[in-house]
Structures are given as structure tokens and as C-alpha cells.
Design a protein. Structure first.
Ligand code: GLA
Length: 367
């Protein structure tokens, strides 16, 4: 085997703009300094071996094998899905040793699966191409997640993992599939990630249910205003024609959240963290009351965080139903905050939360 090459793909947190990617809206994620490292070693045969420092399961395939999803393949379904789709694109692959190491908590809504997908595609393509179009890469990995893994996610996670940039958030227009970098200058503040550590068993069915509800709400709006392109950009004056109360609430979240992203971008451009913090709080309330994707664990963390001195704002991040919340917190308050929020969380849920101080980071790269 030749000298291994190393690659890294970050996880992400979404600062604001939740459940908007599949509604044609704006999202504002940032890549973070926790992520997945991949060591690629070329072999002189047809075999691709998958190993993980974090999972005991190891497996291998041959480049010429017909590949398909199988529960038996466990975490290796992600790289196997990438290989299957690269082959469909006509890309020829060598035998290799792929060894993964992650410091991203899994199943916590920080995009560990997108990181595995993106780092795998980036490393494998990197053996034959000197320039990789990262927007293409993000789309490609999303297709793998949708069609091989079977999760009907939007584009946000793979996009953020591929195109993140240190000190910036990525403003993605999910309708146009374009992006812009928005400076994140936290000065004496820090981005805190609070992990509920709640297992998220129903997440995929609940996620798909919200997606269908949004499609239904859009249909109703289109019946009155056919030129409406997507739900995120629909005018709030059409909310009342939706009729069904649940669908109206889902649409209200989507439409108001899109406006909050626009306000947040302005606030961040002016380095106005207090306004941004208030928008985060409003986003959480909307996800809790109208979109109904938070739950007792996320609400407890967020409400306790919001009450704590030095915290400018807090909200759940990602799909919800467990997973993580984020807060913007003054650095002098970190110790007291951690103690107070963890104690309250334990008392209410019986669970121990985990806290990370995250830094913004660059997207996928060779290291
Ligand atoms: C998950 C999905 C994303 C996005 C978020 C909610 O992370 O993978 O595509 O829909 O939920 O904003």
C-alpha cells in the first residue's frame, strides 16, 4: 500500500433557517471544528476495505461488485453508497483502504453522515481529479443520502460540510442553489452546542411527515396563487386560505423563518449579535409551537440557556426531535452556564447533556 493521504470533513450547526432547505428557502449553517477524518491508502488490487476507529464493524467490497444498501453493512452503507453512485457516474475506482475516525457525536444532528459521505466522495474523486466542484459534490452526496440510504433530507448538510469556511456562515439559497459567505464575528462570545443525548428513533418518519405537510400547504396556497414557487417565499397573506390549522402552522413557521434568516444576515453583517440572538429565540419558539419538532429535551435546554446571564440567544438546530441546540454565550459565563443548564436538564429529563464550544471551520479538505 502506498503512503496514505488524509482528508477531513467537518460537521455543521445550522445557525438559523430550520426546515427551509426542502421548502426552497434560505438557510444559514456553519461548518464546525468537529468532524470526520479519512485516511486513504491505495491498494494494488480491486478490494476496498472500510475501517473505523469509532465502530468495531469492518467490511470490504470489490470495486466490480453490484452494491446495494443492507442493514448488515452498518455505518459502511454511507461510503458504499458513495461508491455505488460514483460508479454510476462512470468514475473508475482503485482498490483502497479507507479508515475513518470521528469526533462528531453521532445521531446528534451535527451531520456526521453528511461528513462521512462528503469526505469519502472527496477523497475518491481526488485520486483522479485535481479540481472538485464542491456544489456538484454536495448535490451528489445528497442524492446518495436520498436514494441509497433512503433519507429524504434537503441539501443543507452536505452543502455546509462541503463548502463551509472558517469565520463565516454559509447563506444557501435552496431554491436557486447558490450561496454567499456571511461573516460570523463572535468577539467575546462563543458558539455553544448542547447535545440532548436523546436517542432519535422516530426522526425519519416525523421528518417526512413535515415535508408532506409542507407540500400540502403549498398546494393550498397555489390554488389561490398559482405562481407561488415554493412555501418559503410565499406571502404570509395567503396563510389564512390554507384552512387546516396544522398545515397553516407549518406554513407559518416556514414563511416567518425565511424572514428571520434575512434579518439575521443583516444583523450579522452589522455584527449585531444581540439582534441575532433574539432572532434565534424567535426561531426556537416557532419550531416548538408551529412546526412542533422540538420536545421536552430541546425545550428544557433552550429555555434554561435563554434565562442564563451572558446568553444572547438559543435555539434547537437541525431536524429536531432530540439532537442538539446551540447558544451564543459570553465567554466569561461558560462555566456557570454549563453547570446551571446541565443541572436543570438532568432534573427535568433524567439525562446528562453534553456541551461543546464550537469553532467555525473550513469545509472538506486534504490535511
Ligand atoms: C436535517 C436535514 C436537512 C434539514 C434539517 C432541518 O438536518 O438533513 O436537510 O432539512 O434537518 O433544517
Amino acid at each position: 500500500m502506498s503512503e496514505p493521504k488524509n482528508y477531513f470533513a467537518p460537521g455543521r450547526v445550522n445557525l438559523i433557517g430550520e426546515h427551509l432547505d426542502y421548502n426552497g428557502g434560505l438557510v444559514l449553517p456553519t461548518a464546525i471544528n468537529l468532524g470526520v477524518k479519512l485516511s486513504y491508502g491505495k491498494r494494488n488490487d480491486e478490494k476496498i476495505v472500510f475501517r473505523s476507529a469509532t465502530h468495531p464493524f469492518t467490511t470490504s467490497i470489490n470495486v466490480s461488485d453490484e452494491l446495494e444498501y443492507s442493514a448488515y453493512q452498518d455505518w459502511a452503507n454511507y461510503p458504499i453508497g458513495i461508491i455505488h453512485h460514483l460508479k454510476k457516474e462512470g468514475i473508475s475506482l482503485n482498490g483502497s483502504e479507507l479508515t475513518y475516525e470521528s469526533n462528531l457525536p453521532e445521531g446528534a444532528g451535527l451531520s456526521s453522515s453528511a461528513a462521512v459521505e462528503v469526505v469519502t466522495a472527496f477523497a475518491l474523486l481526488g485520486q483522479s481529479q485535481s479540481q472538485i466542484n464542491k456544489v456538484w459534490l454536495a448535490n451528489f452526496c445528497k442524492e446518495v443520502e436520498n436514494n441509497f440510504i433512503g433519507v429524504k433530507c434537503g441539501i443543507m448538510d452536505q452543502y455546509a460540510v462541503a463548502l463551509g469556511k472558517k469565520d463565516y456562515a454559509l447563506l444557501i439559497d435552496c431554491n436557486e442553489l447558490t450561496h454567499d459567505y456571511i461573516p460570523v464575528e463572535l468577539n467575546d462570545y462563543r458558539l455553544v452546542i448542547m447535545n440532548t443525548q436523546k436517542p432519535r428513533s422516530l426522526i425519519h418518519s416525523k421528518y417526512n411527515e413535515r415535508k408532506t405537510e409542507c407540500e400540502e400547504a403549498l398546494k393550498k396556497i397555489k390554488s389561490a396563487k398559482p405562481e407561488t414557487e415554493n412555501l418559503a417565499n410565499a406571502s404570509p397573506i395567503y396563510l389564512d386560505i390554507i384552512g387546516d390549522e396544522v398545515l397553516r402552522k407549518r406554513a407559518k413557521h416556514v414563511i416567518t423563518e425565511n424572514l428571520r434568516v434575512k434579518e439575521s444576515v443583516k444583523a450579522l453583517r452589522y455584527n449585531d449579535l444581540s439582534t441575532f440572538g433574539r432572532l434565534m429565540n424567535a426561531s426556537h419558539a416557532s419550531l416548538r409551537d408551529d412546526y412542533e419538532v422540538s420536545g421536552i429535551e430541546l425545550d428544557t435546554l433552550v429555555e434554561e440557556a435563554q434565562k442564563t446571564n451572558g446568553c444572547l440567544g438559543a435555539r434547537m438546530t437541525g431536524a429536531g426531535f432530540g439532537g442538539c441546540a446551540i447558544a451564543i454565550l459570553h465567554e466569561s459565563a461558560i462555566d456557570a452556564f454549563t453547570q446551571k443548564v446541565s443541572d436543570k436538564y438532568k432534573a427535568v429529563t433524567g439525562l446528562q447533556c453534553q456541551m461543546y464550544i464550537a469553532e467555525t471551520a473550513d469545509g472538506v479538505r486534504e490535511i
